[in-house]
Design a protein around this ligand. Structure first.
Ligand SMILES: [Zn+2]
Length: 230
């Protein structure tokens, strides 16, 4: 039973969840019923609630100051989020999550790579994360770069073409879809990455099939702050 007594709403939750997670791990081995409210909570609902607080301008996380020490012990994130590197998409901020709550991977275009898959698997193996969220966003520069290549023949230097090539199939898939080409490509790219994660990792596929892990998608609107979940 958690004995946290802090009065701060966001900070004690971490300890409660930590205790709950340990309870969960024990329960998983012994097949006891999990009773912790924090474990029974849907990780996606936790993120949705945090995004709602962010948009409302009513975050519960921080300011930290000396309180940051409470998050220094081994983290037990409840979700893995694969997001774009875009500077307007600070994952913990838009979901109002304290340090240690979310295992975050970021790469331009939020595409699936071997290192991302390894990290996602690490999240499952080490932390038993129950949710993998692929997070795209409006006005994505990676998608726009690929759009510029497909529509205008733009070329890019260095390793940038690797990102462009990775999202290009989504741009092509959205070419004839009614509506805004870029925004449709962003949505397709999220779905495609979700598929790539499951098809590219036997560990993820098995965890999904067993009901231990859920793969979800979302698109963050950089203008409103809302995440639309798919
Ligand atoms: Zn982006």
């Amino acid at each position: 039973m958690c004995t946290c007594t802090s009065s701060r709403a966001a900070i004690p939750c971490v300890e409660k969840r930590r205790h709950g997670f340990r309870t969960f791990e024990t329960a998983a081995r012994t097949r006891f019923t999990v009773t912790s409210h924090s474990i029974s909570a849907d990780p996606l609902e936790i993120l949705k609630a945090g995004n709602k607080r962010f948009v409302a301008g009513q975050p519960q996380s921080g300011p930290y100051g000396p309180n940051v020490a409470q998050f220094a012990s081994d983290p037990l994130p409840f979700a893995t989020v694969l997001a774009c590197s875009d500077a307007r998409v600070p994952v913990e901020v838009i979901f109002d999550q304290t340090p240690g709550n979310v295992f975050v991977l970021r790469v331009a275009g939020n595409v699936s790579t071997s290192f991302n898959l390894a990290s996602i698997e690490f999240g499952i193996e080490a932390f038993k994360t129950r949710l993998i969220l692929v997070l795209g966003h409006s006005h994505c520069g990676a998608i726009r770069a690929a759009l510029g290549s497909a529509r205008d023949g733009k070329t890019y230097r260095g390793h940038i073409p690797e990102i462009v090539d990775a999202v290009a199939p989504s741009v092509e898939a959205a070419r004839d879809v009614p509506g805004d080409w870029a925004e449709n490509a962003i949505a397709h790219n999220v779905a495609r990455t979700m598929h790539d994660i499951v098809s590219g990792s036997e560990m993820v596929a098995n965890a999904v099939e067993a009901g231990d892990v859920r793969v979800a998608g979302g698109i963050y609107n950089v203008a409103t702050g809302w995440v639309e979940f798919t």
